[in-house]
Design a protein around this ligand. Structure first.
Ligand SMILES: Cc1ncc(COP(=O)(O)O)c(C=O)c1O
Length: 387
């Protein structure tokens, strides 16, 4: 692997949501922020250079993507995911969440059933509820220290009139990479019951320990895939993401919905950043993945050793660790109070991902090993009087 000298950089004072706003949002003081999902790593230098080059030109008028950006996206999908797509199948959106909301509006009516798999990324709930659709849950099961899909319930729910299924693949907060067999089974069941799939694959590029991601669109073209360079290359603040669908009818309807909402394209910095990331970012990404893997090892060995009542769901993708604190016997309110007041640690409370998440927390390990160690000590301190 080519070493790219990834840097961990002080972020306070940069307007960072994670670092500058944690104390206020979590109602604490001197908190170590290991919550919202961005990383503390400097981006690939080619991305920063592409941005500097563009900023050096003093006019920031409206922009359109160059053909070379489409080529970069098409090549990335082929090289990274063995997925052949065409330029016409790609649309640029400012974010995965806005795309989920647009797809819900385009393909369902108020009252229609939209299925998710809890616990899951909070905006899945709000996009459904705020648009007055009916939320249907196919809860994930915990088996062998992994989250797994309850296929019997999955099929029953589809049979019962679900119109749209929102998949989170890889899964946030659980960090699971769904196997090819699982993806195939979900794809086939959705085909059988004529259910459209929105697949949020924002964490797809960050497979750990050799886990390979399978885009569900490969198995079922009646789907909309949402990917982005944002988590992969730590550029979430640039607000650039991809909508990919093989179906021209779906593309037409969805882009029509974006027009209805008055959305025409990304900002002038998003395109060059995205192109540089997909063109030059692979070495940086491979190094980042090994940093995350060793951070995940730190978390599992520390918790197994020092907090035996706590259980870690080891991530198979991305930089978020789902930690089960239920064995400590506290309510979520008590857990949060201890973390904030005693430990001075800001973690995402599990219930943010649905009722099934109560008693869990999500720790962001997209940071230096020193920060992970400090976070683990603070986690321990939060509960040390019990041990
Ligand atoms: C599963 C998932 N989807 C979407 C997002 C956010 O996407 P965006 O910022 O592009 O709307 C996140 C961010 O954490 C996420 O984890």
């Amino acid at each position: 692997m080519v070493k790219t000298n990834i840097n961990f950089i002080e972020r306070r004072g940069t307007g960072s949501l994670k670092w500058d706003h944690a104390d206020v949002l979590f109602n604490g003081e001197g908190l170590l922020p290991m919550w919202v999902a961005d990383m503390d790593l400097g981006v690939p230098h080619q991305v920063q250079e592409a941005l500097i080059n563009r900023v050096n030109h003093p006019i920031f008028g409206y922009a359109r993507p160059h053909d070379s950006l489409y080529d970069a996206v098409v090549n990335w999908m082929k090289d990274k995911h063995d997925w052949t797509i065409q330029k016409e199948q790609v649309f640029f959106s400012s974010g995965v969440v806005p795309s989920i909301a647009a797809a819900i509006l385009a393909f369902t009516e108020p009252g229609d059933k939209v299925m998710i798999q809890s616990p899951v990324y909070a905006p899945f709930y709000s996009c459904i509820n705020e648009n007055s659709r009916t939320l249907v849950d196919n809860p994930l099961l915990i088996k062998n220290n992994r989250l797994e899909i309850d296929f019997e319930d999955f099929e029953n729910k589809l049979k019962d009139g679900v119109k749209l299924f929102i998949l989170c693949s890889p899964h946030n907060p659980g960090g699971m990479v769904w196997s090819k067999a699982d993806i195939t089974r979900m794809a086939e069941l959705c085909k059988a019951y004529n259910v459209l799939i929105i697949s949020d694959e924002i964490h797809a590029d960050l497979g750990l320990y050799g886990h390979e991601h399978t885009p569900i669109a490969k198995m079922n073209p009646n789907s909309i895939t949402l990917m982005a360079p944002s988590k992969t290359f730590n550029i979430a603040g640039l607000q650039a993401s991809l909508v990919i669908t093989e179906s021209p009818e779906i593309m037409k309807k969805l882009t029509g919905q974006f027009l209805k909402q008055g959305f025409y394209g990304l900002n002038v910095l998003a395109y060059p950043a995205m192109e540089a990331a997909y063109t030059y970012g692979i070495d940086w990404l491979n190094e980042t993945i090994s940093i995350i893997e060793s951070n995940a090892e730190l978390v599992t060995s520390f918790i197994n050793d020092k907090l035996p009542a706590v259980n870690v769901i080891k991530p198979e993708a991305s930089f978020l660790v789902w930690i089960d604190l239920r064995g400590l016997g506290y309510t979520e309110g008590e857990i949060t109070k201890r973390l904030i007041q005693k430990g001075k640690l800001a973690l995402e409370p599990g219930s943010k991902f649905g009722k099934a998440g109560s008693g869990f927390v999500r720790m962001n390990i997209g940071c230096s090993p020193e920060t992970v160690k400090e976070g683990l000590n603070r986690l321990y301190n939060s509960f040390s009087d019990l041990i």
